[in-house]
Ligand binder design. Structure first.
Ligand SMILES: NC(=O)c1ccc[n+]([C@@H]2O[C@H](COP(=O)([O-])OP(=O)(O)OC[C@H]3O[C@@H](n4cnc5c(N)ncnc54)[C@H](O)[C@@H]3O)[C@@H](O)[C@H]2O)c1
Length: 439
């Protein structure tokens, strides 16, 4: 049996906790939890003990090293906010533990270098939980591409829409500060750039980005007639903005955030139109890959629908895929449930257009989360993975390098060479072609 501790007990904590106290209890055991907020720490401890029926120790963030010394876990699960990941990853590796971290691996090149260097020194295993790879229709694309269905992939267009419910949520709290999240280019697009790297079996060479904050800004609110806004929804008398988050109405948000504010002043409901937001809500990234493929990617965080559309151009044909997703608010335990629409179409030169029967999944993130948890925690599932879905810090690193380069490109208004950003980041097998060849 492997032993785990988890640091960071907010919205994303629950998925890992429940995996360890429930389905994977026999072979993966949660021994302790850790957080900087005593309120969320107490909640997580009592929920874990209630679910698992065994004691779970609780440590404040200042006692992280003491926790590792007391518990001697095999692995530390990191689900803190993005700008703190590197610190916990490095401290866990130095203590001789493996690490399982949420995306993004980290937020900038200096922090990434620190992780690369420490991993090399300690030899610990750092897994990045890229749940999107496990969503069955996306795994199916990997299968189709790797089988050579459209020949060699030479280009991808990829448009990702966050709607005004899910997208707005990144503008309420720490994600809205670039120094805490790396912007959506890193925080959110790490998923998408990882998918591209993995689908292509290659890594980015040059990146050019354009974009800005076009919607979540004071001018938009004024144009909508929303004068007299307060810094947070709780104190705001403007009731008709359409973006109000009332934590009193959503039990889990109230318990996790509103009731715990007194300890750290972390407000989950800040105004999405505030002047001090410094992340982009609209951007386009063009990238050239080592294998010669080109990418044209757009993200908009205030779209009318949630989901994405993608086209792969190959030497033997074209593969298109679109996914209208459910819109969620992280930590709220509720999603706007509508029928998801997933469509994949294959057109090969000289043949009729073909609708592909799409692989289906069940559970969060289109069925990706439960499959990933099995692979992470169940030794039997981990043995066989022909799509190479489990990712380590190297894939985590390559996925954020596109976003880090995009951030630099936005400032310099010029293309950025990815190899100039960090040293010694290898290309792992999951980002290489299955049958060998140039990554
Ligand atoms: N893969 C996915 O689909 C997915 C979905 C949601 C979130 N995430 C990731 O999970 C991570 C957590 O996101 P969240 O929405 O749960 O955030 P959150 O703000 O809800 O929770 C973060 C928790 O970390 C604690 N914390 C903050 N600073 C700390 C520190 N220095 N030491 C210890 N604890 C600290 C906070 O008190 C809070 O309890 C992020 O990195 C995010 O990108 C991934």
């Amino acid at each position: 049996m492997k032993t785990y501790v988890q640091v960071g007990l907010g919205g994303r904590h629950r998925m890992f906790r429940q995996a360890l106290t429930g389905r994977h209890f026999e072979w993966a055991r949660l021994k302790a939890v850790c957080d900087s907020n005593p309120g969320r720490l107490a909640i997580a401890k009592s929920q874990a003990e209630e679910e698992g029926g065994v004691p779970v120790a609780a440590y404040e963030a200042a006692d992280f090293e003491r926790m590792l010394a007391d518990i001697k876990p095999d692995c530390v699960i990191v689900t803190t906010p993005d700008w703190t990941h590197d610190d916990y990853i490095v401290r866990a590796l130095e203590a001789g533990c493996d690490v399982l971290t949420e995306k993004p691996l980290t937020i900038d090149a200096a922090r990434l270098q620190r992780i690369i260097d420490t991993q090399r020194k300690t030899g610990g295993v750092v897994t990045v939980t890229f749940n999107y790879r496990f969503t069955p229709p996306r795994t199916q694309l990997k299968e189709l591409l790797e089988a050579g269905t459209i020949g060699e992939v030479t280009g991808i267009t990829f448009d990702w829409n966050l709607d005004r419910r899910h997208g707005a949520d990144y503008f309420r709290r720490w994600h809205r500060e670039k120094k805490k999240s790396g912007g959506l280019e890193v925080h959110k697009s790490t998923h998408h750039f990882d998918l591209v790297n993995w689908w292509l079996g290659s890594v980015p060479e040059t990146v050019y980005a354009t974009g800005g904050r076009r919607f979540y800004k004071p001018d938009t609110a004024e144009r909508m007639g929303l004068s007299g806004r307060a810094p947070r929804c709780r104190d705001c008398r403007v009731n008709n903005c359409g973006f109000r988050l009332d934590m009193n109405e959503i039990e889990n948000l109230k318990r996790l955030y509103l009731d715990c504010e007194e300890h750290d002043g972390y407000f989950r409901d800040r105004c999405v139109f505030a002047a001090d937001i410094d992340i982009e809500d609209t951007y386009r990234v063009q990238a050239q890959y080592r294998n010669g493929a080109v990418l044209n990617y757009t993200l908009v965080a205030f779209a009318a629908w949630e989901g994405y559309a993608i086209t792969f151009y190959g030497t033997e044909g074209t593969l298109t895929h679109s996914y209208v997703e459910n819109s969620t608010i992280n930590g709220a335990n509720l999603a706007v449930r509508r029928a998801e629409q997933v469509k994949t179409t294959l057109s090969r030169f000289g043949e009729e257009l073909q609708a592909i029967e799409v692989w289906k999944g069940k559970g969060e993130h289109g069925g990706g989360d439960p499959l990933m948890l099995d692979m992470l925690f169940d030794p039997a599932s981990a043995a066989e993975d022909r799509w190479r879905r489990l990712a380590d810090f190297r894939a985590g690193g390559w996925s954020i390098l596109t976003g880090i380069a995009a951030n630099r490109s936005l400032i310099e208004k010029a293309p950025v060479t990815v190899a100039d950003l960090v040293n010694g980041l290898e290309v792992p097998p999951d980002l290489q072609p299955a049958a060998g060849g140039k990554p």
